[in-house]
Design a protein around this ligand. Structure first.
Ligand SMILES: [Zn+2]
Length: 361
């Protein structure tokens, strides 16, 4: 289990029930501790509205992706937890569920993440997707690196959130890599799917970028959204700006495609909400300008070393490797290599840590 330094690691395989049971058994105490904390948090919300949100997502999953509901049942079995609390851990709550005590107190779980992503459609190691995971805590969230081999669907290497099925980024055995950057909207879709579960579903359901685009046209998040980054081993790439109600597809220019924490397409900016405040919004704009700058340099070359250097970039303003700008810190950086079936990642910022390798072999 300790194959990778400093981060938890797990291998999951088999039927949905087996996957859930294995995960639940391996991290039983963490699941129990998280659900106790969740129960405390949920006291500030209206119970009728909460139950409605739980059933909405459960029905959507049972109709389209029943294996995720089954994995949650497996977790409940192995941990002895009520299946409803396991389901609630995957429900999007803020702005979706009515608060019973307003304003509710600030809680630890309120931390939000920002990220930068950049794709090279080709390089000395094939297509590359580079990504940071930035947040307001220096240590970052509880990350779980996993290799999942589901009975039905594509096998994947994925970074998950410990104690949940939620995922952040990964690459599957067909050679599709998926990244993301948070974006926020006014609209909501109560019948949608938690956006971090959408990352997992994309990896399990889709073999290439085209399939990923079609998937995201059909399925959207409940609240907020993502700049989804899709890259396959053939170098086909897309950024799908996805809100609860709308989407827009952007394609690479001269082999390069990047996204940060704001929308570019006009149909999306009309609905966009500056949820993280003006300082974070300006930080996102500065990272965008920095990416533009880097990609337009005369000596710019789409190479593996260039990708590493971008993830260690400290331009001011707009550094991709963040050390407290607008209160944000990079806790993990990733390079996904679909052609090699590898996910490289750091524990800590990319400028201070070496990349570790997770592969299908
Ligand atoms: Zn740095």
């Amino acid at each position: 289990m300790d194959r990778h330094r400093d981060l938890s690691w797990i291998q999951l395989r088999g039927s949905p029930k087996e996957i859930g049971r294995t995960y639940g058994k391996a991290f039983k105490q963490i699941f129990i501790a998280h659900s106790e904390a969740l129960r405390e948090r949920l006291k500030f919300y209206d119970s009728v509205s909460l139950e409605e949100a739980r059933l909405n997502q459960l029905e959507t999953l049972q109709k389209h992706f029943p294996y995720l509901a089954e994995e949650m049942n497996g977790i409940a079995e192995a941990t002895g937890l009520d299946p409803r609390i396991v389901q609630l851990a995957h429900v999007t709550i803020d702005r979706v569920v009515k608060e019973s005590i307003a304003p509710r107190p600030k809680l630890d779980g309120d931390q939000k993440n920002d990220c930068s992503n950049i794709i090279f459609t080709n390089s000395d190691r094939g297509p590359l997707l580079g990504k940071t995971l930035d947040g307001s805590s220096k240590n970052g969230p509880d990350r779980l690196m996993a290799k999942i081999s589901p009975k039905n669907g594509h096998g994947m290497l994925v970074m998950m959130y410990l104690g949940k099925l939620n995922a952040e980024t990964g690459v599957n055995e067909k050679g599709l890599a998926v990244g993301n950057s948070s974006i926020h909207f006014n609209s909501m879709n109560p019948r949608g799917i938690n956006r971090q579960l959408l990352i997992r579903l994309l990896l399990q359901e889709c073999a290439n970028t085209e399939e990923g685009i079609e998937f995201l046209k059909k399925y959207g998040p409940i609240n907020s959204g993502y700049n989804f980054m899709l890259l396959d081993k053939n170098g086909d790439a897309a950024n799908v700006e996805r809100s609860p109600t709308d989407y827009c597809i952007r394609r690479p220019r001269k082999g390069v495609l990047f996204c940060v924490n704001h929308c570019v397409c006009e149909n999306m900016t009309r609905d966009e909400r500056l949820a993280m405040g003006m300082e974070r919004h300006l930080n996102s704009k500065a990272r965008w300008a920095n990416f533009q700058n880097i990609a337009s340099r005369e000596d710019f070359e789409m190479a593996f070393e260039t990708m590493k250097n971008i993830l260690r970039n400290h331009a001011s303003p707009g550094g991709i490797c963040q050390h407290g700008f607008a209160g944000m810190y990079t806790s993990t950086s990733f390079i996904l290599i679909p052609l090699e079936g590898k996910m490289l990642f750091t524990v800590g910022s990319a400028c201070q840590s070496e990349f570790q390798v997770l592969s299908f072999d």
